[in-house]
Design a protein around this ligand. Structure first.
Ligand SMILES: [Zn+2]
Length: 401
């Protein structure tokens, strides 16, 4: 893995270039990793994957824990690792143990031996040695070390223990690792600024290729996040990429970018798609022209729409005008509404294509704003437009910025 920072804007927001082994082109950051279930997107079949923007859709996030109930690590290894087994030779994989869908950290059962996760097939205690074996058999391009992630409300003592364990497991993972793949050192610390700094300092001293900032989206408030994120990124080497898990909403992504984060997960897209929701906000906040984006129906918010609603039964327009995605080029809101109402899986396939395409466009707009030196302007205009459409401007702007 190679990473280089390209441009800065308004303090810490930055663009960069990430090169990963088998990915045929470099990926520009800030970037979105496509979340997967067992290595493949949740709904989009492999033959429609190339319809997503290239090369920005070629970075996939996988949790090794998704395979616990199925193929053994040795079988995956004998099948050639993730790329060969999944038939995706020119995609890059980033492995992270935790996700918010199928492998949730279970802090009450985590102990000094290993991290506990609640999965669909039960609770598992994962020791560093087992985790590294899974990684070495799956051969992802990048992988994050095991972390003891705790929610924001745990007592101070438990939070300190989580930092101590995460740093110890980092050393164990580095010592056990001999199979290659770039290592992202996991950083935790809950909602305590000092513990966040301590963990980031310890991880920055180790021989890692980048950082995974964990423990977000676990009960901390949106107001306390900037201080926590900045406490971490201030301690990290600038030339190494930073990946955060648990920040998914557009406002949260902008908070992360402002603090110098380069990579984000896309579980937000999964949850929207599952609920029949389509993104419809203008991805480029700087060029918002209110007259172009008035909703077709009074009372419907502009940022996303629920395609299950009966008002879309006869709507012959695409999900989002001017969207170049496969779904919007070929299908209407009425058709997707029908598919949702008759429980056809194609509804979720088409929705995931649109939502992923739309969010990748949002990331492209962020990169363009940073390169133009106008990230702060972009962020303020974007949040103001979202808050206006949600009818509670003052509170939301204050919370988001
Ligand atoms: Zn679309």
């Amino acid at each position: 893995m190679k990473f280089a920072v390209k441009a800065w804007s308004n303090g810490k927001a930055r663009t960069g270039i990430l090169q990963l082994g088998n990915c045929p082109a470099s990926i520009q950051t800030p970037a979105l990793l496509l979340s997967t279930r067992k290595g493949l997107p949740h709904f989009i079949p492999p033959d429609l994957l190339p319809s997503l923007p290239f090369p920005h859709s070629h970075l996939l996030q996988v949790s090794p824990l998704h395979f616990l109930e199925g193929l053994s690590p040795k079988t995956i290894s004998s099948l050639g690792g993730l790329n060969q087994m999944l038939g995706l030779p020119d995609y890059a994989f980033a492995a992270v143990a935790r996700d918010s869908m199928q492998s949730l950290p279970e802090y009450n059962s985590t102990n000094k031996i290993g991290a506990s996760f609640q999965t669909r097939c039960g609770r598992f205690l994962i020791k560093p040695v087992d985790y590294v074996e899974m990684i070495s058999c799956m051969r992802p391009n990048v992988w994050a070390t095991l972390a003891d992630e705790v929610p924001a409300w745990v007592p101070e003592k438990r939070n300190k223990t989580s930092v101590d364990r995460t740093v110890r497991w980092l050393d164990e993972c580095i010592a056990l690792s001999s199979a290659g793949g770039a290592i992202l050192g996991s950083i935790v610390g809950g909602s305590d600024v000092e513990e966040r700094e301590r963990c980031a300092q310890e991880v920055a001293r180790r021989s890692v290729s980048g950082y995974l900032i964990g423990g977000f989206g676990l009960g901390e408030s949106i107001e306390e996040r900037p201080a926590l994120l900045n406490a971490v990124t201030d301690m990290l080497q600038e030339e190494k990429p930073r990946f955060v898990c648990g920040l998914g909403l557009p406002e949260e992504v902008l908070q992360g970018v402002a603090a110098g984060i380069d990579l984000f997960d896309s579980e937000y897209i999964y949850h929207l798609t599952l609920g029949g929701i389509a993104l419809t906000f203008p991805p480029c906040g700087v060029e918002i022209n209110a007259s172009e984006f008035q909703p077709s129906y009074i009372g419907i918010e502009q940022t996303k729409i629920n395609l299950r609603a009966t008002i879309y039964r006869k709507d012959t327009s695409p999900i989002f005008e001017n969207c170049g995605c496969y779904t919007c080029q070929n299908h209407t809101r009425a058709y997707i509404n029908h598919l949702l109402n008759v429980h056809e899986m194609l509804a979720h396939i088409l929705l995931e294509i649109h939502n992923t395409h739309h969010y990748l466009s949002f990331f492209k707009s962020i990169r363009e704003a940073i390169e133009a030196g106008e990230f702060d302007k972009f962020r303020h205009r974007f949040i103001e437009s979202r808050c206006e459409s949600d009818d509670h401007p003052a509170v939301a702007v204050a919370a988001c910025v």
